[in-house]
Design a protein around this ligand. Sequence first.
Ligand code: TMP
Length: 228
Amino acid sequence: MRGFFITFEGGEGAGKSTQIRLLEQHLQEKGHAVLVTREPGGSPGAEAVRHVLLSGAAEPCGPEMEVVLFAAARLDHVEQVIRPALEQGAVVLCDRFYDSTRAYQGTAKGLTKTLLSALERAAVSDTTPDLTIILDIDAEVGLQRASDRRGEGSVDRFEKDAIAVHQKRREAFLAIAAAEPERCVVIKADRKVDVVAAAIMKAVDSAMKKRKGGSAKREGSGREKSNA
Ligand code: TMP
């Protein structure tokens, strides 16, 4: 049986890495084989491209060059890592996937929807997420958290953008969730780690249970219930 593909999305400093670790533990305790991976990167070829993108080396070449590189990295990652793991029945937890391209490059000036969707199809084919957790946080709060975490380290190519750009990306993630409520769950990330983790586990357990039950309809997906 095909495994289960979960992607984590959100702006800077939303706490994705911490939450992925906690979910990995939760799923392993339930007996699942879990693969944790990330984008850009996740395969040797894509990790090399990650460096080119996040160092800012590709920035002078323009947003088209950058979006093609994200797609090239994703294609390699999907073919080398994600698809084989799903075929072996693993639960794959991926830190960012195509919604990051939609939200980050999709809000950049000069890129057409036609180019973005052609690259998306070429990169992923039918390997689309079963569930996407969007960790939602105010852009300023998230950037502050990211900066505290980074300490003396240097800010990356995308984090350095203006606050208004980060706000647009947040809105883009929320728009994706509104357009695809069957796949996406929005979770408020400006809460205690264990509260966020519990909300994520609830959403994941429910989505996996539904898939097992063979129901195409996922109740409880869409925006997180306020008491979760
Ligand atoms: P991260 O390690 O904090 O997730 O850094 C990855 C950065 O790359 C983050 O700023 C988001 C950005 N990014 C895009 O702009 N487009 C993409 O498709 C992906 C996967 C990441």
